[in-house]
Design a binder for this molecule. Structure first.
Ligand code: HEC
Ligand code: HEC
Length: 165
């Protein structure tokens, strides 16, 4: 079974036009940009709901096993910036796609736990994400080389994606 799946592997060099989408608006505030890209790439607020961001900011000292505590004023500024651009606040097309995919019941704090993320990556075998140059699903920029600019159309050509057909 496994060899059958691996046999279907091919190198993805370009994406179909149907894949094309406009970039997500990024965060412009320089302080928030710096603080929230200290440990990982700067994620775009349009990918999570207001409720999810509020939940995350309610305890930055316990941030996915890390301590991301910020001075109170900076934390407030960062939260405001994320709320203003949240999936259910922003009028951007990309935000609407994320909110449309949300079921309204669960409030994932991870972009990688949203149904939109799952849907867009469902054909990539789990082992691809575990490769040395990727490591984690949340390491968007290892595959989407312009992810920090909000652009997810462009996918690295040197990664051999393994698709489940
Ligand atoms: C001290 C380091 C650190 C800082 C600072 C930090 N983070 Fe994180 N963040 C992490 C770690 C570690 C993870 C979990 C990575 C993983 O396991 O995928 C994470 C995960 C996330 C995720 C979920 C990614 C996914 O799986 O979809 C989001 C969203 C996120 N951080 C937002 C923020 C925001 C917003 C800020 C700024 C307030 C911030 N982070 C600051 C360390 C940090
Ligand atoms: C293993 C490499 C890899 C990683 C890591 C990865 N992606 Fe992707 N992503 C892809 C591929 C390949 C596609 C295209 C899927 C298709 O066309 O069916 C894609 C598609 C997407 C799309 C759809 C783009 C569109 O305009 O329709 C979005 C949005 C996206 N990814 C966001 C993310 C985010 C956010 C992260 C990190 C939290 C991430 N991806 C991590 C490989 C990856």
């Amino acid at each position: 079974m496994r060899s059958l799946i691996l046999g279907a592997a091919f190198v993805l060099s370009s994406l179909s036009p149907a894949f094309a989408g406009s970039p997500f608006p990024t965060i412009s505030d320089p302080v928030v940009r710096a603080e929230c890209s200290d440990c990982h790439m700067l994620y775009q607020p349009e990918m999570l709901t207001k409720q999810a961001w509020a939940k995350m900011f309610a305890d930055l000292s316990n941030h996915f096993g890390d301590d991301a505590t910020l001075p109170a004023e900076t934390a407030k500024l960062a939260l405001d910036v994320h709320l203003a651009q949240a999936a259910d606040v922003s009028t951007h097309r990309q935000a609407k796609r994320f909110i449309k995919a949300a079921d309204g019941k669960s409030v994932p704090m991870r972009i990688t736990d949203t149904s939109r993320f799952a849907h867009k990556h469902e054909r990539i075998l789990p082992e691809v994400f575990k490769r040395k140059q990727i490591g984690l699903k949340s390491n968007c920029i290892s595959c989407h080389l312009k992810a920090d600019k909000g652009d997810y159309d462009f996918v690295a050509k040197n990664i051999k994606y393994i698709w489940v057909e």
